[in-house]
Write a protein that binds this ligand. Structure first.
Ligand code: DAH
Length: 344
């Protein structure tokens, strides 16, 4: 037994194992269930009692030394294995984080506002929950006008003279601007509007408008026409033509509907313009004297024009989208088509 212990001690001193597999083999050979040191432990049980102390000590030392040696070799083999693993390839392309982009309605709203900013207009905003006075009364809507009815308007509170409602158009911001700002006034008012409509390819119960208002001395219909023409050319291209058709709005007199020449067929007639060569983009007119009076402006001294357009409608025409609902469903495949469409 003595020789065996000494032999194993000597062997431990020169034990080498290059790989993790070699280390494991050495461990099994020495310390495993059928290993050499385990076998010596077995033999130790049959040894003469007077020798037990000496051999017991030696055997424990041997086991400790073997365990420490195996541990040391294992660490070295692991480090070597790690060092020989292929290094990270720093020339590999990185993982791209998908970036969000602006919603097409936001892009077009910003384009409309930026065009009018260049013309010297300020931006004004007003509340989405409005009262009857600012949405209808001050805009010269007769008391029984159908737009006031439940089938058009979402009411928040009813039953009193000036009920609260979700604004059905951004024209209410005209009134608030006339009440609070000094003359002359030149503003565009972007915002959300709400109507009790069945959702379809052409209508939604929530959509966006940009309203415009210009009030000064001697403002004429010619100024209105020029402003709209310049806007249309900035928005749809330098060769765009406009035409105005007589229309009616309670808050403007005279009133008109504005069409732009179809930028797809260039006026020849296609399925987007339904063969007419023209696309309707907004309503407009000269601010009715009653509207000026309601907000304390003297119609003898001042005149003005106003216009209002649907942002989704402009976006549909600009990008030839034929179903309004695409703008509200937020299907990523649709939205991603506008990821680079940020130019004005
Ligand atoms: N408020 C109108 C609508 O929602 C749009 C509009 C038409 C606004 C003519 C105007 C205007 O300022 O002059 O349909």
């Amino acid at each position: 037994m003595k020789e065996s212990i000494e032999r194993i001690f000597a062997e431990l001193a020169s034990l080498k194992a290059a790989t993790q597999k070699d280390v494991e083999e050495a461990r099994v050979r020495l310390l495993g269930k059928k290993g050499e040191i385990t076998a010596l432990m077995e033999q130790f049980r049959c040894i003469a009692p007077e020798l037990k102390r000496e051999y017991g000590q030696k055997l424990n030392e041997l086991k400790k030394a073997a365990t420490a040696k195996i541990e040391e070799l294992k660490e070295a083999a692991e480090a070597a294995a790690e060092a020989s693993e292929p290094k990270e390839d720093l020339s590999m392309p990185g993982d791209a984080f998908p970036l969000g982009s602006r919603h097409p309605v936001s892009i077009v709203r910003a384009q409309i506002v930026d065009i009018f900013r260049k013309f010297g207009y300020d931006v004004a905003e007003g509340p989405e929950i409005e009262d009857d006075y600012h949405v209808f009364e001050a805009l010269n809507f007769p008391p029984n006008h159908p737009a006031r009815e439940m089938q058009d308007t979402f009411f928040v509170s009813t039953g009193h003279l000036n009920p609260l409602l979700l604004r059905t158009h951004t024209s209410s911001v005209q009134v608030r601007t006339m009440e609070s700002q000094s003359l002359p006034i030149r503003v565009v008012c972007p915002g959300r509007v709400f109507r009790n409509e069945a959702i379809s390819a052409r209508a939604h119960c929530i959509f966006h408008q940009v309203e415009g208002l210009y009030i000064d001395k001697d403002v004429t219909f010619a100024d209105l026409k020029q402003a709209i023409l310049l806007f249309a050319r900035e928005m749809f291209g330098a060769d765009t033509q406009i035409r105005m058709r007589p229309s009616y709005f309670p808050f403007t007199e005279p009133s008109a509907e504005v069409d732009v020449s179809c930028n797809i067929c260039k006026g020849k007639g296609c399925n987007i313009c339904k063969g007419t060569g023209w696309l309707e983009i907004m309503g407009c007119g000269m601010v009715d004297p009653n509207v000026l009076k309601a907000s304390g402006i003297d119609p003898e001294k001042y005149s003005g024009f106003a216009f209002g357009m649907g942002v989704e409608r402009i976006a549909m025409l600009k990008w030839q989208v034929n179903d309004l609902r695409h703008y509200f469903e937020n299907d990523m495949r649709f939205l991603q088509e506008f990821a680079t469409a940020t130019e004005v």
